[in-house]
Design a protein around this ligand. Structure first.
Ligand SMILES: NC(=O)c1ccc[n+]([C@@H]2O[C@H](COP(=O)([O-])OP(=O)(O)OC[C@H]3O[C@@H](n4cnc5c(N)ncnc54)[C@H](OP(=O)(O)O)[C@@H]3O)[C@@H](O)[C@H]2O)c1
Length: 346
């Protein structure tokens, strides 16, 4: 089968789609999926470039792809919830990553959910990792989200676009403020739906620290890693949740199998520094590291079917080396993206 497969750490401009063996079920809880669509995430591109090699070992060849939507081809002997022909989607757990930018992929049944009936495979593939991450960030908000004023950065990025929708439509936030680049300002309402975002700040023209009254925000969800001054805006006793900083050692231990004790302790020490900085403003600092979860994905599918959550598919690319190189170079630059880049595999 064809798969995006790298023989060593490299830049996106060196990526290749290669011919490799089709995976076979080897454990009773596994499901073999024919991939229809898969989406790209910045984290996997950073791992493939070697950015995290000090923290985690990556077996070679490196393969990319955490998110998948497709059809079940075969199931292991212990799988009861899914059978051949079912349309499913998944965020693969760490030990199965990445491999969804491929014609076939194996996943444990615990990471799967039925694809939302109202979505195409392209749309469904845009949801898993960013939605799971969004839910985990919102669950970290001290005292809950309902009725509160939130700053959620990058409202048209992969995670930001989903977090804004879930915060308003599912968790009941009262006011959402977001940041986007100049050309995206007019696109926020048409993309996320009327009333989801209450205030859009053009971060390229406006200093966010001047645009928002200090001490007015109940919680911040930082998706850009640029938020170290944002606690200034937060009310005391509020929460600052980041997905872009380093995870805590506890997060890493829960999500990454085999992470070393040294790395766990180092991450906890670094995390403590960020927590202390936020504490000086009276703000609780939290970080999130995504973790595959089929049960949560089933809830996410129902929110999509109830139209509380729209996937934001910015670009659909063919399953070809040059298209993947170009898309991943853009994602790695952290500029210019719109929602998710989805690879059409079938
Ligand atoms: N911890 C976790 O579990 C987890 C999970 C998912 C993602 N992440 C990380 O979270 C980050 C975001 O992920 P993503 O999937 O949302 O990325 P993405 O879809 O590539 O979105 C990034 C977008 O952020 C915008 N941006 C850049 N600088 C900005 C700024 N200063 N203010 C506001 N927006 C800015 C850019 O849009 P413009 O060009 O329009 O500015 C860019 O397109 C990445 O670092 C990723 O690795 C972590």
């Amino acid at each position: 089968m064809r798969s995006l497969c790298l023989n060593g750490y490299c830049k996106p401009s060196e990526y290749e789609v290669l011919e490799i063996l089709t995976p076979q079920i080897i454990s009773p809880n596994q499901v073999l999926i024919k991939v229809h669509a898969a989406s790209l995430n910045p984290g996997e591109i950073a791992i493939a470039s070697g950015s995290f090699r000090a923290f985690m070992s990556t077996p070679f060849p490196i393969r990319l792809g955490y998110d998948v939507s497709g059809t079940v081809i075969a199931t292991g002997a212990a799988v009861t919830g899914f059978s051949a022909g079912d349309e499913v989607f998944s965020c693969l757990p760490w030990e199965y990553r990445g491999s969804s930018i491929s014609e076939y992929v194996l996943a444990p049944d615990s990471s799967l959910a039925y694809k939302p009936k109202n979505l195409t495979h392209i749309e469904a593939a845009a949801l898993p990792l960013v939605s799971i991450t969004a839910v985990h960030t919102l669950q970290r908000v001290k005292g809950g989200v309902a009725g509160k004023t939130a700053l959620i950065t990058s409202g048209l990025g992969g995670v930001g676009s989903v977090t804004c929708q879930l915060a308003k439509n599912v968790y009941g936030a009262a006011n959402i403020i977001t940041t986007v680049s100049t050309s995206k300002v007019p696109k926020v309402e048409q993309t996320l739906g009327k009333g989801v975002v209450d205030q859009v700040i053009d971060y390229q023209k406006t200093d966010i620290l001047k645009a928002i009254s200090h001490r007015s925000i109940h919680f911040v969800i930082d998706t850009t890693g640029t938020g170290f001054q944002l606690p200034l805006l937060s009310k005391s006793n509020s929460t600052f949740v980041t997905i872009s900083g380093l995870p805590s050692g506890k997060n890493a231990k829960e999500s990454i199998p085999g992470v070393s004790l040294f790395v766990v302790l180092l991450l906890d020490a670094l995390h403590l520094i960020s927590r202390l900085q936020a504490w000086l403003y009276g703000v609780k600092y939290e970080s999130v590291l995504d973790k595959a979860n089929g049960t949560l994905l089933t809830r996410i599918a129902s929110w999509a079917e109830e139209e509380k959550l729209r996937p934001v598919v910015g670009t659909v690319i063919p399953f070809e080396t040059q298209a993947l190189r170009d898309a991943c170079t853009m994602i790695a630059s952290n500029k210019g993206g719109f929602g998710k880049v989805v690879v059409k595999i079938l």
